[in-house]
Design a protein around this ligand. Structure first.
Ligand SMILES: [Zn+2]
Length: 260
């Protein structure tokens, strides 16, 4: 809801369109009905998207041709590493690159990262971001051993479609943004403008999510939820006369401002 509201308000404040894309490239992890629950929650909060919902699962041909392009330009290598055998920094490095692994052996595909060429970017909300944070500059997977496309590849390609000019999302994805911008660069795609917002954390500093046991959003109190999220985003509180969702959103859209 935090990322949804921030991106919605940012788009609407600038008279832009707000698109809904479902990143459903991981069928084994998909939970039946979760997409309906998301669209229902957005609608209940007045967050109505423009145009049809876009499904990543319908974009496979794009991802395949990107992999072909990266492969033929020499940026990919086959990797046999598992989570257990990877080095602490998450990289595979020269280990698999030098082995000339046959395409017959089950493998994942990694893209080579060149830290000195991975330039930082100017985040619209957070300011200058440098690429050498933590593991951002390690070789990373673009196609998994089980044949599924990696999130980094799908997001990099879809975010760079001409339809999308601005991406607003949670700061937990900052490292991914460096990787995705690197892929966009290698694929000759123009990167969109990025802006990241603070995610909601529990007291231990974990992002609130199903995985960390956070209860689901109560969609029957949308006005209260919107006010809480606006407060988290450090936005002006809507006046108490704004009682209903459309009034709260109208005030929030008009007064949307992300200060550095
Ligand atoms: Zn490897």
């Amino acid at each position: 809801m935090v990322a949804a509201l921030a991106s919605f308000l940012d788009a609407r404040h600038h008279n832009g369109q707000w698109q809904l894309r479902v990143d459903d490239i991981d069928p084994p992890r998909a939970v039946a009905g979760s997409i309906d629950a998301i669209t229902e929650a957005l609608s209940a909060h007045g967050l109505i998207w423009d145009g049809p919902v876009i499904y990543q699962s319908e974009s496979s041909p794009h991802y395949d041709s990107a992999i072909d392009q990266l492969m033929s330009s020499g940026w990919l290598f086959r990797c046999l590493c598992t989570r257990a055998t990877l080095s602490a920094d998450g990289g595979c490095g020269q280990r698999c690159q030098d082995q000339n692994i046959s395409g017959e052996t089950p493998h994942s595909l990694r893209v080579r990262a060149e830290p000195e060429r991975m330039r930082g970017f100017n985040d619209r909300f957070l300011g200058e971001q440098l690429a050498h944070i933590k593991n951002a500059a390690q070789d990373f997977i673009v196609k998994r051993r089980d044949g599924l496309y990696a999130y980094q590849l799908a997001a990099a390609i879809d975010d760079a479609q001409p339809l999308f000019t601005h991406v607003v999302r949670g700061a937990d994805l900052l490292e991914s943004t460096h990787r995705q911008r690197w892929l966009q660069h290698l694929l000759g795609l123009e990167s969109p403008s990025y802006a990241h917002v603070a995610v909601l954390m529990d007291q231990a500093g974990n992002k609130l999510s199903k995985q960390t046991g956070a209860p689901p959003l109560d969609i029957h109190q949308p006005e209260q939820n919107l006010r809480h999220v606006l407060q988290h985003l450090q936005q002006q509180a809507p006046p108490s006369t704004a009682r209903r969702v459309p009034e709260i959103l109208e005030h929030a859209t008009e007064n949307w401002s992300m200060r550095r």
